[in-house]
Design a protein around this ligand. Structure first.
Ligand code: ZN
Length: 143
């Protein structure tokens, strides 16, 4: 992973073989980013996506195996959960037939490269468990 910091923005290059979500969590911890925006693209494999079923309060998880996908769009945020930076990212990804899959991103290994921008915010969104929804939602934003 390479990190380039400029004017409080981070260009993060996650390299082939690295765990994408783990590396982004590392950056958030290292630079104490308590709130931020994430955008990115690249190529990924060993992807696990989720679709949330509100009625059963469970994620349907799908593992896409060893196959490489274009990471068309990585989109997400950094907030605080139990006092620690928490990465929430969604991904859309495409295959060789130009078909697109997408969802909540649980796991992904970088297949070629991942070029990610992190823009820290001047505020701290905080997550708390919402029993009605069954997820840790952003419930307040502290200055
Ligand atoms: Zn999600």
């Amino acid at each position: 992973m390479h990190i380039f910091e400029q004017e409080n923005k981070f260009q993060v290059i996650v390299e082939k073989g690295e765990n994408l979500v783990e590396k982004l969590t590392e950056v958030a911890n290292e630079y104490k980013i308590k709130g931020g925006q994430i955008t990115g693209l690249g190529a990924i494999k060993n992807v696990e996506l989720g679709y949330y079923h509100l009625d059963s309060k469970n994620y349907h998880r799908m593992n896409f195996g060893e196959k490489d996908f274009e990471l068309i769009s990585l989109n997400g945020n950094i907030s605080l959960k139990d006092g620690n930076p928490f990465i929430h990212v969604h991904a859309s990804m495409g295959d060789e037939k130009f078909e697109v899959f997408g969802g909540h991103l649980f796991e992904a290994e970088v297949a070629v490269t991942a070029e990610v921008f992190i823009t820290p915010l001047g505020v701290m969104p905080e997550r708390q468990h919402d029993t009605q929804i069954g997820l840790d939602l952003i419930c307040q934003i502290k200055p």
